[in-house]
Write a protein that binds this ligand. Structure first.
Ligand SMILES: Cc1cc2nc3c(=O)[nH]c(=O)nc-3n(C[C@H](O)[C@H](O)[C@H](O)COP(=O)(O)OP(=O)(O)OC[C@H]3O[C@@H](n4cnc5c(N)ncnc54)[C@H](O)[C@@H]3O)c2cc1C
Length: 404
């Protein structure tokens, strides 16, 4: 096992500066427009694809060739510092790619992950469809059925998925379906729905509080037929797993938990990117804004707030980086991935709210970006496991008890 170190290597520093340059020159200037339009920012994502930031190769380099685990959080923090809505538009296909990599065979990964991205000339998107209108946190409550048709070697998917990033506009949809309802969450399997498959359509597109440049919609699956090879992991492995569960033998819950834990630090890095944007902006503002004949930062009431904001951001980044390193070593002890995501969501929501306070009336208007950052930050208390679900995971890990 490599030692944990906060020391970045030359490649990581270069990557951080490169992503920061794109975030500063392209993403930040476009943020307000796409937030107002509430549309997927295709021209910006195309630019990201042109420079190689949007693409499966980027994801592969940032994850596979990095023993420290820090490269991906580093890049994500910079991108989300630019803008979280556009950041999600660029990173959203990664949810589908991660779903394919978590359950797929090597051949399936090679076939489908590149199709979640396409190329700069032919942009493609991926969507991961887990959540449903009646079941978000409670994955055991999913109702989307996946039924095998032996005669044609096809799977038939029926149901509705809710709040899906890139839902309906994606080329590749990864769908979690219920194969055996009696086994609850252990009876699920994941399927790739290839581009243009009949029966898959977009339901309502949500009008959101924040990250409005990221497209979020329902996905309706009405008799969607996919070939047997679209079952991630393959039928033999699924049958074996279901048989084991039916016999009451332990499944691979531990491995699945490690996978979820390993992705959470990256989500924390998104939140901390937003927090840093708001902190930096309000620090500069506090130096320039005068009240009672002096810059407002000369009041301890404001300066101490900024000191706390800086401290929380630094502490959270250290937590995220250590969790990312633990994830790389598959060495989580107390659900540190969940701890990092829990803390980062709360810090981003708090820091961005404080930033509005420092800007006063201006902070409350759309003329300044801090209200947008506050709206964007809040999603990090909700998606990829809510605040309470992270607490549940951490409390179970520290106690060894099945806390409900
Ligand atoms: C913008 C956006 C993008 C999203 N993108 C995707 C996506 O791409 N793919 C996808 O599959 N999903 C996606 N989601 C869905 C997201 O993951 C869910 O919204 C989230 O998991 C919460 O589920 P829920 O909304 O059903 O809330 P619920 O599960 O109904 O929870 C409601 C409240 O109850 C609390 N609660 C629930 N259970 C417990 C418990 N046991 N103990 C204590 N408190 C509890 C929750 O913490 C929350 O505060 C997205 C959501 C949003 C808003």
């Amino acid at each position: 096992m490599d030692d944990f170190s906060l020391q970045l290597n030359d490649e990581q520093i270069q990557l951080r500066d490169w992503v920061h340059g794109f975030a500063e020159d392209v993403v930040r200037p476009a943020a307000e427009e796409w937030d107002e339009r509430e549309e997927f920012p295709y021209p910006i994502v195309e630019q990201a694809a042109q420079i190689g930031l949007y693409g499966w190769e980027f994801l592969a380099n940032a994850t596979m060739n990095d023993k420290s685990g820090l490269t991906l959080p580093l890049a994500i923090e910079e991108l989300f510092w630019g803008d979280a809505g556009i950041g999600m538009a660029i990173m959203g296909s990664g949810l589908a790619a991660a779903g394919i990599m978590a359950s797929g065979t090597d051949e399936q990964v090679m076939e489908w992950v590149p199709q979640c991205y396409g190329s700069a000339d032919d942009l493609q998107l991926g969507a991961f469809c887990g959540s449903e209108p009646d079941a978000g946190s409670d994955v055991a409550g999913y109702r989307t059925r996946a039924v095998y048709d032996e005669a044609t070697d096809e799977w038939v998917l029926d149901g509705t998925k809710a709040w899906i990033t890139n839902g309906g506009i994606a080329d590749v949809h990864v769908v979690v379906g219920v194969v055996d309802p009696e086994l609850r969450a252990k009876g699920h399997a994941s399927f790739v729905v290839p581009p243009g498959t009949p029966g898959l359509s977009q339901g309502q597109k949500y009008k959101k509080h924040g990250i409005r440049a990221s497209h979020t919609a329902e996905v309706v699956l009405d008799g969607v037929r996919v070939p047997g090879r679209c079952l991630l992991g393959g039928k033999e492995k699924l049958d074996e797993r279901l048989a084991r569960v039916r016999e009451g033998k332990p499944g691979n819950a531990q491995a699945a938990m490690q996978t979820f834990e390993a992705t959470r630090p990256a989500v924390g890095a998104q939140a901390i990117g937003i927090a840093r944007a708001a902190y930096e902006y309000s620090l500069e503002y506090a130096k320039e804004r005068h009240a009672f004949g002096r810059p407002i930062i000369m009041n301890q009431g404001i300066a101490f707030m900024l000191a706390d904001m800086a401290t929380e951001i630094e502490a959270t980044r250290a937590l995220i980086w250590r969790a990312a390193w633990l994830g790389k070593q598959r060495a989580f002890v107390n659900a540190e991935g969940s701890m990092a995501k829990l803390k980062a969501g709360r810090v981003a929501t708090w820091v961005t709210e404080r930033a509005i306070q420092i800007l006063g009336g201006y902070g409350y208007t759309r003329e300044y970006p801090v209200e947008r950052w506050h709206r964007d930050a809040k999603i990090h208390d909700i998606f990829e496991g809510t605040e309470q679900i992270q607490q549940l995971v951490v409390s179970r890990a520290i106690s060894g008890l099945r806390i409900e």
